[in-house]
Each structure stands twice: as structure tokens, then as C-alpha cells.
Design a binder for this molecule. Structure first.
Ligand code: EPZ
Length: 429
């Protein structure tokens, strides 16, 4: 297994370019199953999860071509994916792929909408929680799907066609909103999804579906109305920038006392994280091509509470906590979305961080200096928080199991090296 080695103490400076958003690209890839035409996606990030989703869609019969693009200087540009499911010849999503990536559950709605049946492995939990899919299943049942659980698989079918329904989500689940929206665009009649998720990645999917001929109103709100169509057609769509990657680099610059330009980031998608950075003494300014982050003063402790969008994103909680470990004062970090998203705490403690957890709140008392140590990555965002802390720690930090980080960060050691970090990857022989 690969390791990442970081020598701390260097200020980050320069430009870092943000890739396309993983959590937008994944549902967008699945949307290709809703039409027999070709869907072309631009600005697709080069990530392990994107490859896994490609493998899954291929098992369903989707043909996928990846177009490497270069500019006039022969520099690699973001990938363009061409996806075409002219027919679906397999309704089963197997355990091996689904257990590797929870987002696989998103094929459920499109399979039912396109061919009226689906057999999808239960995703199982993951490091950050049990992550049930009850909201997905109850919405699809209200649309006429007959669903049973057999030997760890969801077996779903609809005798004729999914029908529009009036669905109120008990929680604005991102995945459930995406699954139900993709089911509704081909259902007969009108579907209303109340208490829908409003994350930018959900909005990006809605906009792509509109380009494919879907009829959706209320985009960006928590109240979506979808008029089902008989068929959808192909489209070309550019994936939005990854707000979580951008926020991660912002926290990395802040903890090193550096100053960087985050090129391609959309500050509208990062309001609360940027407000939190300003509260902690960081200078944040919009530039014509992104966001400038400059940490010219000591970091002040400030409280963080995760929430649904537009609240502070749970996917930046671990990274913000890493920053608070060296802040002046005490910060309370409250995680309200997932029940077990503090796996980074014991690892940060190995660097000398002073954190005590009680229920969903981690109290972080800032320390003068972190000291490098050997660490273990546990989940995607926790891994990036360990890298951030390692950038500030004295001496060397080695992080094992970095396959977690490769799921959601494109070439992280290359991008960090380019802005001054001393970071290398050791590929296990
Ligand atoms: C998406 O996961 C993201 N993943 C997650 O990012 C992100 O943390 C999460 O949304 C919250 O913003 C992708 O988009 C691929 P949810 P998702 O359904 O859709 C509970 C990353 O690091 N819930 O909004 O699975 C659930 O247990 C990943 O990139 C139910 O109870 O999130 C959780 O507590 C991690 N029943 C809460 O809702 C359900 O049927 C939020 O889950 C569904 C969810």
C-alpha cells in the first residue's frame, strides 16, 4: 500500500488548480443510463472513485471512452468522458463494486426508470457511519417500485412504469435526492420531492438532466417538481469545480501560514468555510480566476458546526479540525451529519493535538507545535486532514493506506509539491 511522506514547516505559496467535483461527476456518470444517446462530460477528475463508477456502468452495458486532452503546451487538461448506454443488458450491481463505493447505489433509480428492474447489493456501512438507504428505498416504493431485500441485495422491479409521487424526505439526503430525481425524469406524471438536498452537486446533476430534455423546476431549492418524460436525449456537460478539494487546499495554506491562489474554485459554493477561515484570522479574497487565501496572522480558534448545504460541509470538518489543532484558544467542532466522523481524532492526537470527544462534539485545544509521527488513514476526508496537519508538524509524518485519499483527491502530492510542500509518495513494492 502506498504511503505519503510529509516534512512539515514550509509555507505554501503559488497557484493550485481545482479539479472537477467528484460528488458531481459520480451522479452525472450515472445519468448516462437514462438515455440511449451519448452523454459527454467535461472536466472529469482523475480519481479512483471515477474509475470504479466507470467499471460499474460498464457492467450494465454502458460504453465509456475517456478522452485525454492536452493544451497547446502539451499540458494534460481535465479528462472528457463519453458515456453511451444504448441498451442496458445487466440489471445487477454486484457486491464487489458497490461495497467499494457507496455512490454505486445511485444506479437503482435509473435502472428502474430505464428497464423496470434492478438488483443492487446493499452498500454496507463505511468508516463514517452505517449510512442506511431507507430514504432512497421508501421514495422509490412511493413511485411504484416493489422492493425486497434478498441475500444482501435490493431486488426492485416495477410492473409497468414508475409513476410520479409526492415525496417528502425525512432528511435532505444528497444521494436519495439524486436517485429519486433520476427515477422521476422518466416516470409517468409529476413527482414532487420536498425537503430535497440543495448541495451544488445536486444542482449540477439537475442542470445536466435539463440539457438531456428533463423537465425539472425548483432547481437549487428544497422543493423539486419533475414532470416525467418518455425519453431523454444526449448532452454535453461540464462538471462543476470541487468545493471540498478547494476547501482542503484553503485549510492547508492556512495551517502553514502561506498564501495561495485556488484557481477555478467557486467561492459561492464555499461561503461558510471561507467565513470560518476569516473568523480564524485568514485573509480571503476573490480573484478573477478563483480565491486567494493568505494566512499572515496566527490562527485563532473558532467553533465549527457541520450542517446540510449551505451550512458548513461535513466533508470539510476533518480538514478544519486539523487547522484548529494549532489555533490559539479552544474550538468546539460539532459533527451533525454522520454519527462516526471523528476517526481522524486519534491520528491527529499522535501528532500531539489536544482533542477530547464527547458525543458529536470534539473540543480542540490549540497547541504550540505538532510533531511528526507515523499515521494511518481511515477514510477519504480524514486522510486529507492528516496531510494538512503533517504540513504544519515539525519533522516527518508518514501516512499509511493512502488509497483512501486517492478516491477523492487528484494527484494531491503533485499539487501540494507545486505550491511548496515537501511531500512524496512511496509506492509499495
Ligand atoms: C453524499 O453522501 C456525499 N457523497 C458525501 O461525501 C457527503 O458527506 C454526504 O453526501 C453529505 O453531504 C457523494 O455525493 C458521492 P446523505 P450521501 O445521503 O448521499 C443519512 C465524500 O467524502 N441517510 O446526504 O451518502 C446518512 O446516514 C463523501 O466525498 C439516511 O439515514 O449522504 C447520513 O447520516 C463522504 N438514510 C446523512 O443522512 C438514507 O437513505 C447524510 O447522508 C440516506 C442517508
Amino acid at each position: 500500500m502506498d504511503k505519503i511522506r510529509v516534512i512539515g514547516g514550509r509555507k505554501l505559496s503559488g497557484n493550485v488548480t481545482i479539479s472537477g467535483a467528484k460528488n458531481a461527476a459520480l451522479p452525472l456518470m450515472v445519468a448516462s443510463m437514462l438515455t440511449a444517446d451519448r452523454l459527454v462530460l467535461e472536466n472529469v477528475p482523475d480519481l479512483a472513485d471515477i474509475k470504479t463508477m466507470g467499471d460499474l456502468l460498464t457492467t450494465h452495458g454502458c460504453k465509456i471512452d475517456s478522452l485525454e486532452k492536452k493544451n497547446s503546451l502539451n499540458q494534460t487538461l481535465p479528462k472528457e468522458l463519453s458515456l453511451q448506454a444504448d441498451r442496458i443488458d445487466n440489471a445487477t450491481a454486484g457486491y464487489d463494486l458497490v461495497s467499494r463505493m457507496r455512490a454505486s447505489i445511485l444506479v437503482l433509480g435509473p435502472l428502474l426508470a430505464r428497464i423496470g428492474s434492478a438488483r443492487v447489493s446493499l452498500p454496507g456501512g463505511c468508516a463514517i457511519g452505517t449510512r442506511p438507504i431507507d430514504i432512497h428505498l421508501s421514495g422509490l416504493s412511493q413511485m411504484g417500485a416493489e422492493i425486497s431485500l434478498v441475500d444482501g441485495y435490493i431486488e426492485a422491479s416495477v410492473p409497468t412504469k414508475l409513476r410520479g409521487a409526492n415525496i417528502s424526505l425525512p432528511f435532505p439526503s444528497v444521494g436519495a435526492t439524486e436517485n429519486l430525481m433520476m427515477a422521476a425524469v422518466l416516470a409517468s406524471g409529476e413527482t414532487r420531492i420536498k425537503n430535497a438536498a440543495r448541495e451544488p452537486e445536486v444542482v449540477d446533476l439537475s442542470k445536466c438532466l435539463l440539457k438531456m430534455g428533463a423537465n425539472i423546476s425548483g432547481i437549487g431549492s428544497d422543493d423539486l417538481i419533475i414532470e416525467g418524460k418518455n425519453i431523454l436525449h444526449g448532452a454535453r456537460h461540464q462538471v462543476i469545480p470541487d468545493r471540498i478539494e478547494a476547501g482542503t487546499y484553503a485549510m492547508a495554506a492556512a495551517i502553514t501560514g502561506g498564501s495561495i491562489n485556488i484557481v477555478g474554485a467557486d467561492s459561492d459554493h464555499l461561503e461558510l468555510p471561507l467565513e470560518m477561515l476569516i473568523r480564524s484570522g485568514v485573509t480571503v479574497s476573490n480573484t478573477q480566476d478563483g480565491i486567494n487565501i493568505a494566512a499572515t496572522r496566527p490562527i485563532e480558534a473558532t467553533d465549527i458546526s457541520t450542517n446540510i448545504y449551505p451550512g458548513f460541509p461535513t466533508d470539510l470538518q476533518a480538514q478544519a479540525m486539523a487547522l484548529m489543532t494549532i489555533a490559539k484558544g479552544t474550538s468546539a467542532v460539532t459533527e451533525s451529519i454522520f454519527e462516526n466522523r471523528f476517526m481522524h481524532v486519534p491520528e491527529l492526537a499522535r501528532l500531539g493535538a489536544n482533542i477530547s470527544v464527547k458525543g458529536g462534539v470534539a473540543v480542540v485545544r490549540g497547541v504550540e507545535q505538532l510533531k511528526g509521527a507515523r499515521l494511518m488513514a481511515t477514510d477519504l476526508r480524514a486522510s486529507s486532514s492528516l496531510v494538512i496537519a503533517g504540513l504544519a508538524a515539525e519533522g516527518e509524518t508518514v501516512i499509511d493506506r493512502v488509497y483512501h485519499i486517492d478516491r477523492g483527491y487528484e494527484r494531491i502530492e503533485e499539487k501540494l509539491s507545486k505550491i511548496g510542500a515537501y511531500i512524496t509518495r512511496e509506492t509499495a513494492s
